[in-house]
Design a protein around this ligand. Structure first.
Ligand code: GAR
Length: 200
């Protein structure tokens, strides 16, 4: 069975959803570990509560970002991780880290990329007044929310809708879309051709 590591910086609802899918064998993978760069991340609590192993350290523990990511790569190699699943990991990955794990890192973003990149995508789209936003799952590269797109689902913003309501609906789509994309990856159904991802 393929081995995955899940990276999360914050609340961790996507991480929890993935872990529950693994438990129910709806995602057929072994979770090597869950990593967070934030000691206060809800993600760590959620992972521990479900009985999965966790690793936490921050870039502040290291003299440079390079050495921080070097340590991450060491864990990835030691644990024989096949794929890295970013679930609200709020750091841009360095070139070296990407090089080592090229085409093996997935990210989810709460907007239709390349619109509304960054850390506040749902609010940014809401404040902009767009009528449609959504969710993107993509391979990660060393840019912010860049990399070839695997799947997208549109979420229309309803007239008079509040931001919390939109956030809730976006998350519901995430909980559906990400496990599907992860399964495609695990089953060898994705092929990258330039910027395009072909579903085999
Ligand atoms: C998710 O909405 C995810 O798409 C987003 O962070 C949130 C994490 O929520 N990721 C990004 O914005 C990446 N640029 P969660 O911690 O509850 O899963």
């Amino acid at each position: 069975m393929k081995r995955i590591a899940i990276f999360a910086s914050g609340n961790g609802t996507n991480l929890e959803n993935i872990l529950k899918h693994v438990r129910r064998r709806r995602i057929r993978a072994e979770v090597a570990f869950c990593f967070s760069d934030n000691p206060k991340a809800g993600a760590l609590r959620r992972a521990r509560r479900l009985g999965f192993s966790t690793i936490m350290f921050t870039p502040g523990h290291f003299p440079s970002k390079k050495l921080y990511e070097h340590e991450l790569t060491r864990h990835i190699k030691r644990e024989k991780v096949d794929y890295i699943i970013l679930a609200g990991y709020m750091r841009v990955l360095g070139k070296e880290f990407i090089r080592v794990s090229r085409n093996r890192i997935l990210n989810i973003h709460p907007a239709i990329l390349p619109s509304f990149k960054g850390t506040h995508a749902i609010k940014d789209a809401y404040d902009y007044g767009v009528k449609v936003t959504g969710v993107t799952v993509h391979f990660a590269d060393d840019s912010v929310d860049g990399g070839p797109v695997i799947s997208q689902e549109a979420v229309p913003i309803q007239s008079g809708e509040s931001l919390p309501s939109l956030e809730k609906r976006i998350h519901q789509v995430e909980y559906r879309l990400y496990p599907k994309a992860i399964n495609l990856l695990l089953n060898g159904k994705l092929k990258i051709k330039g910027r395009r991802v072909i579903h085999k």
